[in-house]
Write a new protein. Structure first.
Lengths: 112, 114
């Protein structure tokens, strides 16, 4: 079945540091890939998505590229802020699925 | 503003009691979903509905029930048969159940069984 493996946390960074969170997946065909962000006590918000190979999703300075050859969708941001402190989830939706399959989440803390 | 509302935000229940979590959306979405989130884990699908009057079991449906009588509403009942119900419950919706469609999430309900 479909599955997502993402980098374990927690990750602690200083403001303006570079952030990368690794995400790899297992799926048949060409799934759609998503990054969601969850702030403390809240629901999930879509951060970005990509629906076909080589697509790059981007939003709020975050980027991720759908790499079919390495089955990866790593999240990056060049200069993080304290407000980026949150839990980040990588997820996929398979071509035969109606559900999202989630990674375990990566907790990111940015210090001033 | 369009969005998804869940109520209540916090819910406490005694063992052996059924409890119903509310989920309403005004996005005119056909598909709705219930997920469960446990600490340090990703979300797991409980039930989903592609259209009114139809719903399907997800990966962890045992001990839960749902109904979809109206397009905008998808309530979840946590029954006394659910062995470990304490968790954070998230409702989501999407325009359809297509695999490229984005799922939008509500703010969640935290259920604690005392």
């Amino acid at each position: 079945g479909n599955s997502v493996t993402q980098m374990e946390g927690p990750v602690t960074l200083s403001e303006e540091a570079f952030l990368t969170i690794n995400c790899t997946y297992t799926a048949t065909g060409y799934p759609s890939l998503f990054w969601y962000v969850q702030y403390p006590g809240e629901g999930l918000q879509l951060l970005l998505k990509a629906t076909k190979a080589d697509d790059k999703g981007s939003n709020k300075g975050f980027e991720a590229t759908y790499r079919k050859e390495t089955t990866s969708f790593h999240l990056e941001k060049g200069s993080v802020q304290v407000s980026d402190s949150a839990v980040y989830f990588c997820a996929l939706s398979g071509t035969n699925d109606y559900k999202l399959s989630f990674g375990a989440g990566t907790t990111v803390t940015v210090r001033a | 503003d369009g969005g998804i509302t869940q109520s209540p935000k916090y819910l406490f229940r005694k063992e052996g009691q059924n409890v119903t979590l509310s989920c309403e959306q005004n996005l005119n979405h056909d598909a709705m979903y219930w997920y469960r989130q446990d600490p340090g884990q990703g979300l797991r699908l409980i039930y989903y509905s592609q259209i009114v009057n139809d719903f399907q079991k997800g990966d962890i449906a045992e001990g839960y029930s749902v109904s979809r009588e109206k397009k905008e509403s998808f309530p979840l009942t946590v029954t006394s048969a659910q062995k470990n119900p304490t968790a954070f419950y998230l409702c989501a919706s999407s325009i359809s159940a297509g695999f490229t469609d984005t799922q939008y999430f509500g703010p969640g309900t935290r259920l604690t069984v005392l």
